[in-house]
Every structure is written in C-alpha cells, then in structure tokens.
Design a protein around this ligand. Structure first.
Ligand code: DC
Length: 226
C-alpha cells in the first residue's frame, strides 16, 4: 500500500484543520498545518517590529528563522529558533498578520522548500491555501473544502469562545470577509481550487461525514498507487 500525499485547501473556517487532523489520525499519517508556519513568521515579524509593508525585511526574516513542526505524542507544535511556540499564534490578530505577510513572495518562497521537505516521505495530510496548486501540485489526492460564509464565521467564533475569548460574532464575520479577500486576491499563489481537486461543501456535513468521505477516496488512491 502506497503512503500518499494528501492536500487540503480552502478558505478560513471551511473546516480544514479539524478534518485534516482527523483524517491523518485515521490513516496513521502525519498532519501538517502550513498556516502555523505563516503564523510563526508573522509572530517573528511582530517581535522584531518589522512592518507588514517591508517585503524585503519580511523575506529576509522568513529565510533566516528556523521553523520546525514538532510532534510529541498526539500534540503538535511549532518551534521558532529552537523555542516552543504555543497558542499565541492562534489569535485573530496573528491570523490577520499571517494573511498580510503571506502576500510577500519572498516569504512564500522561503516556506516553500520547508513545506516540500516536510511532505517528501509521503503519508501526509497537508493543509493550507496553495498546497494542491503550488506546494504539492503532484499530490496523489487533493481536496478543496468550502462552506458558506456565515457558517465559516460561526465556526471560527465558536473556536475562540471555547478557548475562553470574548468576541462578537459580527467582528469575526468582518475578519473572515477581509481574510477571504486578501487570500484570494493576492498576486502570488492566491487561494484557488487546485486542478484535479475534489470539492466538498462542508456547510451541512458533520466532521465524521466529511472525514469518512475523504477516507474512502484516500483508501482508493492508496490501493491504486500500490
Ligand atoms: O489556516 P490559517 O488561518 O492558520 O492561515 C493563516 C494565514 O496564512 C492565511 O490567512 C493565509 C496564510 N496561508 C497561506 O498563505 N498559505 C498557506 N498554505 C497557509 C496559510
């Protein structure tokens, strides 16, 4: 049985992280959250006080810092220059900064080889915005997840509330709308449905239903590539 590379792309709040993690578990594959890499560069930029408009310094920063995705048991986290990074990259603010800095081609270029290295051994579920289109255009299985705008905002909002943050749903709706715009209108690797990707609308599906559907496709591809 071949251990394949699976890409999952889609807009913020389409359910990518949750299903990608569950699918990876079910297949005994490695889950790779590429948004965490962009968020970590965003954090580093914030710490160094680099302006979001300074493409040159942002590119230089992304090339200079050492970012690793680390797994300990079933917990995964990021290391930035040898230091463990926690939930501080999961705030809406860092999401916004990540979205801004991800427009810079030097940043994308720096993270490209890291992402390809991470996926090179196969047996991975890699989630992001340009995985099936740019990072792994020859992935054996590609998914594109979508959901209605209202539903996506609601999911993001619930996530934050469950983490103990007090935020208004309307604020999150604004955030999601802005992020959609930046992510899909940027010049370098915009969010698009990759060629050959299977589109799943997750608005009215449960996590289990989505994962079961993806799992069936994965098993088919694994046997086809054996
Ligand atoms: O999935 P996320 O919310 O953690 O991603 C944060 C931002 O990072 C997202 O708005 C755009 C950027 N990103 C990207 O440009 N390409 C990826 N493969 C993953 C994330």
């Amino acid at each position: 049985m071949k251990r394949i590379r699976i890409s999952i792309d889609g807009p913020a709040g389409a359910g990518k992280s949750t299903v990608a993690r569950a699918l990876a578990n079910k297949l005994s594959y490695v889950y790779l959250d590429t948004g965490a890499l962009y968020r970590t560069v965003a954090l580093a930029a914030k710490k160094e006080g680099i302006s979001m408009d300074d493409s040159r310094r942002l590119g230089e920063l992304a090339r200079r810092v050492k970012i690793r995705l680390v797994r300990e048991g079933n917990i995964e986290f990021v290391e930035l220059d040898g230091k463990r990074i926690g939930q501080e990259i999961r705030t809406p603010e860092l999401g916004r900064v990540a979205s801004q800095i991800s427009k810079v081609s030097g940043v994308r270029q720096a993270l490209l080889s890291l992402q390809r290295d991470l996926a090179s051994s196969g047996g991975v579920v890699m989630e992001g915005r340009d995985i099936g289109s740019v990072v792994l255009p020859d992935a054996e299985l590609k998914f594109f997840l979508v959901a209605s705008f209202k539903e996506r905002a609601k999911r993001r909002w619930k996530e934050l509330v469950e983490r103990g943050e007090k935020v208004e749903l309307s604020l999150i709706e604004d955030e999601v709308q802005k992020r959609d715009k930046v992510d899909s209108e940027r010049e370098v690797s915009p969010l698009i449905k990759p060629k050959g990707a299977i589109e799943i609308d997750t608005t009215d599906l449960t996590i289990d239903e989505i994962v079961a559907r993806m799992y069936r496709f994965a098993k088919e591809r694994e046997s086809a590539g054996a």
